[in-house]
Design a protein around this ligand. Structure first.
Ligand code: FPP
Length: 248
């Protein structure tokens, strides 16, 4: 199946005002599998299918940026076979993305500390970037892999400090914009809406800087069970919020 196949328009109904950037912490795969007596990796495989479906739906309803937390800097602590299964899913979906991106005008990109990933995955990410660079005004589907918000900010601070050390930049010229430009998300707007399924109510080191003014939406639904109508419910909730960005 193609990564960004369109599907029936009756599968969920989009709310009126669609956020420009939606980010998701894809949580609950392990519990979904456990409930079915399946190995955790089966939960991740189901979660990856949900990613395909919801990323496609997001694009169909006009979301420009759809970003998911796929593997954190802490996830290496999981059993090796679970880590291997996740890496295999990344391989498979990146290969599909390379085939489908142009047809669907979706730029699939990966952000995080990528240099420790297996070389073949890094090559696939480079291929994705190459195809994406030829797209005209695409929608963006971003996978955060080996991503940690604190790690990202630490890397930005380090790069800025190096510029100060070489005299390229003076400390008083460092602005919030300087920091934003040194994050993995430099070319993306901050997320408007961050969704966390599975009943956990925490941020878990996801987009710490970028989420300063994001709206959060939490639901008990486990990620593999997450459907277009759940995204609609999150967007409807977003539309009821008054975003004041610190004003009145
Ligand atoms: C958290 O659920 C989820 C992860 C650590 C991995 C998420 C990755 C995927 C859904 C695969 C994505 C692949 C592509 C190609 C997008 P958990 O395992 O911690 O769940 P639990 O809290 O129920 O144990």
């Amino acid at each position: 199946m193609a990564l960004f196949d369109l599907f029936g328009k009756d599968e969920g109904k989009a709310a009126q005002q669609v956020p420009q950037h939606i980010a998701v912490i894809m949580d609950g795969n392990g519990r979904w599998a456990k409930k079915r007596g399946m190995p955790r990796k089966a939960g991740h495989a189901a979660g990856a299918e949900t990613f395909r479906r919801i990323a496609t739906y997001s694009k169909d309803i006009g979301v420009k940026y759809f970003t998911v937390y796929a593997f954190s800097t802490e996830n290496w602590k999981r059993p090796q076979d679970e880590v291997d299964a996740l890496m295999n899913l990344f391989r498979r979906y990146l290969k599909e993305a390379i085939e489908d991106m142009a047809k669907n005008n979706v730029a699939v990109q990966v952000i995080g500390d990528l240099h420790v990933l297996p070389e073949d995955i890094r090559d696939l990410i480079d291929e994705c970037d190459e195809v994406a660079s030829g797209l005209d005004n695409p929608a963006y589907a971003t996978l955060c892999i080996n991503y940690g918000g604190r790690d990202e900010i630490k890397n930005a601070v380090r790069a800025i400090a190096q510029q100060v050390q070489t005299g390229e930049l003076s400390p008083e010229d460092i602005t919030e914009e300087t920091v934003s430009r040194h994050l993995y998300t430099a070319d993306m707007p901050d997320p408007d809406l961050i969704i966390r399924p599975s009943g956990e109510i925490r941020i878990s080191n996801f987009l710490l800087w970028q989420s300063a003014y994001s709206e959060y939406y939490f639901t008990d639904v486990l990620w593999p069970d997450f459907k277009p109508e759940h995204l609609d419910a999150a967007i409807a909730s977003f539309n009821q919020r008054q975003r004041r960005f610190g004003g009145v």
